[in-house]
Design a protein around this ligand. Structure first.
Ligand code: GDP
Ligand code: IMO
Ligand code: MG
Length: 422
């Protein structure tokens, strides 16, 4: 079977964890293909709320095989913590979790470097999650990273030390104070812990799964506007968050990609710095944050909030080849008198455009909004499309028309059952 891909169309935190969990009964395999512990994917079921960072969101279903792909940068220390936090769920990790040997390892010094780089920037800080993502991917691209398959090699420590010596020089040049010893002890304990897990040549396994007609879902992290190539560079993460990333991050050929689920919030959020054309720095934005509980799942930082941005969504749909649109957190707008949607931007040169310009920061003068009536009722109890109030049905239709694509699912709350398939 083809590999379906699920990814965020905005700046992350669209609700990917919830939807992977919701869709996973129809899949045999769930695979993470990029990112690392910068991700925080929340799942809520049976009154339990659980946040996953590196482990795929299929892990709670005992018949699903989960892969951590080569496109991921994995922090062994956080991995061990995540596994320990899952103890009460009695998961059989030998049966259900497989890590690609080609997956890159985040070292303690990658985290220190992430902090040192951020500290050294007077302004223009990225607002990184400080998990070492950028430095770990930099070493991968510089062809000097360490991979999970390396941990059993006799020269692992020697190679580690050579790389860390380089990092120490960089940290000293940045005048960044640090104490490495306790971090290293933790790191090597976590490396030993990892040796008990399935470290595999995942590219062969997943391609066998494809031939065996297994249904496979690739779980994206972050969002399209944080993509290293097509996001709001340099305020992005360091991986390809788009559909193409599922090919390179798992070893799957483009011809084997099937459906692409693009998921977006009924409004927008962004955590960290960088341009955000429809941001609301007022009471309306504050209300979205409060009602939507918009605080980072990984860092706890308040998320910036704003109205839905159609030019940005069109762009994300284009670069990803989205085939199904899924709208999340519609319930958060339940109490708004009026809801707005940005359809165009006025650029600094006075032109009105419906596409995303090269540099959001310097080229956009202001967004152009249309106002629609709010629905002023509780969506949380809706079970089917006909339960939706007219004003909300109009909100859906307006977006579908602008995007020339159908919305196939609406999420009306964090729990599994608060999901309406259209
Ligand atoms: P992810 O990174 O894309 O998986 O998203 P996060 O887990 O970081 O953030 C989404 C947050 O919204 C989580 O706290 C979810 O429990 C919550 N959530 C998901 N879907 C809905 C929804 O439809 N309505 C509401 N109110 N919350 C939701
Ligand atoms: P999920 O998978 C939202 C943001 C950070 C920062 C930028 C770079 O939960 O949607 P990094 O640590 O990657 O170097 O940070 O990217 N960021 C996210 N924002 N959701 C995420 O993941 C994110 N992962 C990174 O806030 O602005
Ligand atoms: Mg998140």
């Amino acid at each position: 079977m083809a590999v379906d891909v699920l990814l965020g169309l905005q700046w992350g935190d669209e609700g990917k964890g919830k939807i992977v969990d919701f869709l996973s009964p129809s899949y045999d395999v769930v695979a993470r293909f990029q990112g690392g512990p910068n991700a925080g994917h929340t799942l809520e079921f049976d009154g339990i709320k659980h946040v996953l960072h590196q482990i795929p969101s299929g892990i709670f279903r005992s018949n699903i095989k989960n892969y951590i792909g080569n496109g991921v940068v994995l922090d062994p220390v956080i991995f061990r913590k995540e596994i320990n936090a899952l103890e009460k769920f009695n998961i059989d990790f030998k049966k259900n979790l497989y890590l690609y040997k080609r997956t890159q390892i985040i070292l303690p010094t990658h985290r220190l470097l992430d902090a040192a780089f951020e500290k050294s920037k007077a302004d223009n800080k990225i607002g990184s999650t400080l998990k070492g993502i950028g430095p770990a991917y930099a070493d991968k691209i510089a062809r000097q990273g360490m991979r999970l398959g390396d941990i059993i090699r006799p020269d692992f420590k020697e190679r580690y030390q050579n790389l860390v010596n380089q990092h120490i020089t960089q940290l000293n040049n940045l005048h960044f104070a640090f104490e490495l010893e306790p971090l290293e002890k933790n790191f090597f304990d976590a490396i030993a812990f990892l040796k008990d897990f399935n470290l595999v040549d995942g590219e062969f396994q997943i391609n066998k799964d494809i031939l065996d007609n297994k249904k496979i879902l690739a779980e994206g992290a972050q969002g399209s506007l944080l993509d290293i190539d097509f996001g709001s560079y340099p305020f992005v993460t360091s991986s390809n968050t788009m559909t193409a990333g599922a090919c390179t991050g798992l070893g799957v050929a483009p011809k084997n990609i099937g459906k692409v689920y693009g998921i977006f919030k009924a409004y927008c959020t962004r955590v960290g710095s960088g341009p955000f054309p429809t941001e609301l720095n007022d009471a309306t934005g504050e209300m979205m944050r409060k009602v939507g509980n918009e605080f980072g799942s990984t860092t706890g930082r308040p998320r910036r909030c704003g109205w839905l941005d159609i030019p940005a969504l069109k762009y994300a749909i284009m670069i990803n080849g989205v085939s199904e649109l899924l709208m999340m957190k519609a319930d958060v707008l339940d109490d708004f008198e009026t809801v707005k949607i940005c359809t165009h931007y006025i650029l600094k040169d006075g032109s009105k455009v419906d596409y995303l310009p090269f540099d959001l920061q310097t080229e956009i003068q202001e967004p152009v909004f249309v106002s629609l009536n709010g629905w002023k009722s509780n969506l949380k109890n809706a079970k089917k499309y006909s339960d939706f109030p007219k004003a909300f049905a109009d909100y859906i239709s307006f977006i579908e028309k602008e995007l020339s694509l159908k919305i196939t699912l609406v999420s009306t709350g964090p729990e599994r059952q608060q999901t309406v398939v259209l």
